[in-house]
Each structure stands twice: as structure tokens, then as C-alpha cells.
Write a protein of this length. Sequence first.
Length: 269
Amino acid sequence: MELLPISTPHCRIERDGHVLTVTMNRPEARNALSADMLVGMASAWAYASAEPGIRVAILTGAEGTFCSGADLKAMGRPSSDPEVQARAARIPNYHWKGLLREDLPAKPVICAVEGYAVAGGTELLVGTDLRIVAESATLGLFEAKRALFPMGGSAVRLPRQIPYCHAMDLLLTGRAVTAAEALSMGLVNRVVPDGQALATARELAEDVAASGPLAVQAILRTYRDTQGMPEPEALKVSDELGWPVIGSEDAKEGTLAFREKRPPVYRGR
């Protein structure tokens, strides 16, 4: 794995072939969000979008914890690293970008959760596309219990992703949720033994990376761009994004590889 120079002290960003791994790296604070971490994450998502060779990203936390939410003091202070400070000045709204609230990456993001993923940690999970969670993990949106508001977007996103009554249960009570309950609600894709979330996420990432990158990105964009549209309008957007994929070199390669009974070699064109 190659450690990328866009990493920060609180955010390790590594590349392994087509897969980008972003690790929240503040274990002494249960990976609570800091300005330094958010700058690194915003940089990672921009890199994932811009780099053609990246097909999927993984978000995880260091040393057995995903993220315990926002450290309000740390988020309000600039990074102690001058280079990270300078980068923060060049990234408008880096807090929202890092939190996957705006300018979402063009490639899918998988989260690999161990331990606590509460408050801002669950908000990050809600911003990802595929979700692997260890069996003893704890999730929850605690903001209302503390008279706060989930500013990462969960008040909007969660009722669109899971049944309304489950979403309101999580948002209004601010209670903790087990991995098994999150799975039963449809909030996560898979629950795995403790210590296996990242390994399972990497297997899933390889499956995504083996698919045609143009197709994957067009599917993701179609979903995002058609939210709230009537079906006829949404289908027009779907066609606009889908037909170029159907006519791509990758589509021809996929058909040829199927006929020749071999793995396809996709080039993103």
C-alpha cells in the first residue's frame, strides 16, 4: 500500500491499485473529528474523484474504533501543521466535504466500522454507499439527546435510506444501536466478526473495482442526480448517463470477455 502525500497527522490516506483507503487516525480520542482529519478526508475525496485509476474508496478508523463524533474544540482549532493549515485555506467548506455532506466523490465509498461509530461517526456512515460493521460495534445519532442537531445531513438522508419510523427512532431518541439492529433496519449491508470489518470491506472493494468503472460511476451519479424527480424525468437522466456507457470500449470488452470466458480488462473508456 502506498501512503499518499495528501495524508495529514489525523488522516492516513493510502492507495493499493484501484482502491483508496482513508483511515481516521486519532485513536487517543476515539478518532473524534478534528479540523486536521476533515482536511485530510476532504483531500481524499477530491483525489478519488479526480484520479482515473481509483475506482472505489474505503473509510475506516484506526485501532478498533471508527469515529466517536465531533470534537468541537478540535474542529474549531486549525491544525498545528502549517501545511495542513495552508491546504484548509484552499478547500472551501472542507468540513462539509470531509463529512461527505457536499461534493461527494464520484466513486463509491465503503465504510468499515469497528467499535464506536456514533454521532458524527454514524453521520459519516450514512454518507457512504456500502457499509460493513463489526458485530460489537455501536452506532447512534446522539445529537438530539444533547440538544444538538445532526449537521452532517442525517436528518435529511436517514429517512430516505431506511423506513421512516426507524429513522425517527434513531434521530429523535438519540439512543445507541447495535450492529444487528442496524442490519435489521437496512442501515448497513453486512455484520462481520470483530476485527474483520476492514478485511471484508477490502474484499467488497475488489468486487466493485472489478466492475466497469464507467458503469459504476454512472449508476452512482444517476441515483444522486434523480433524487426527488418524477420517474419520467429521472429516466431521461438515466438515459443520458447510460447510453455513453453502453457505447464505451469497456462495454465491448465486457461482452468479449464473457464470450471468451476470461476476466475483463476495463480501462475506463
